[in-house]
Ligand binder design. Structure first.
Ligand code: MG
Length: 216
């Protein structure tokens, strides 16, 4: 199994923000009424064993997330049909720059640089959907320098996978190889040059690791 189903051919990475109850509670934020959608460029992909490169002046948090890989082109998908269009899953790290993010949020500006810098989407290998009987009961973990910082379950999602696919596809065609990253549980942590970041999921049978360095 490899990543070629999405890393090499996917045209977009769709991110869902603030989709875990534990994260909202931790930050004292209100529950979103509809999924919060953003895009990451496919140039931000890296696969296990590669280096995360932090741009100069960036302070970056990791967010471990379940990735949903689209298998068939679709638009305006009904919730009850959504799984027909899923090829499988992966684990992703939605790397996010945290200093600019404060200003960006306050001013309503785009999240492009905070979410889209090179190496901002580390991913595991692809896991076919048949191997994941319940994607809404997947345990996800992340360790930074050997210490567990995130250990959450996809059962905590506010908007589940069919609801997300239905919502996004209302106005955006989803195509084979597109990846939807479905939000992060609590515990997101700072990663810095010199850090070792590991993440994975027993439920999916995946593990990945990345060294962090500066892009200078
Ligand atoms: Mg995220």
């Amino acid at each position: 199994m490899d990543c070629s189903k999405f890393v090499n051919f996917g045209k977009k990475i769709v991110g869902i923000g603030l989709n875990y109850k534990s994260l909202l509670l931790e930050r004292n934020l209100p529950m979103p009424k509809t999924p919060i959608v953003f895009l990451k460029p496919t140039s931000s992909y890296i696969t296990s064993g590669k280096d995360i490169e932090i741009p100069k002046g960036f302070k970056v948090n990791e967010e471990v997330e379940l990735g949903v890989v689209i298998g068939h082109k679709c638009k305006k998908v009904a919730v009850e049909k959504a799984f027909d269009y899923v090829a499988g899953y992966c684990i992703a790290l939605d790397l996010t720059e945290t200093v600019q993010l404060v200003d960006v949020r306050k001013n309503g500006h785009p999240w492009t640089f905070v979410k889209g810098f090179d190496t901002a989407c580390p991913v595991s290998h692809f896991v076919p959907m048949q191997m994941v009987p319940d994607p809404h009961n997947v345990q996800l973990w992340c360790k930074v320098n050997g210490k567990t910082v995130q250990d959450g379950n996809t059962s905590e999602m506010i908007f589940n996978i069919p609801e997300i696919i239905s919502h996004v596809s209302r106005c955006m065609t989803l195509e084979p190889g597109d990846l939807i990253i479905t939000g992060s549980p609590t515990g997101v942590s700072l990663i810095e040059p010199g850090s070792l970041v590991e993440a994975g999921s027993k439920s999916l049978g995946v593990e990945m690791q990345f060294k962090v360095k500066s892009d200078e």
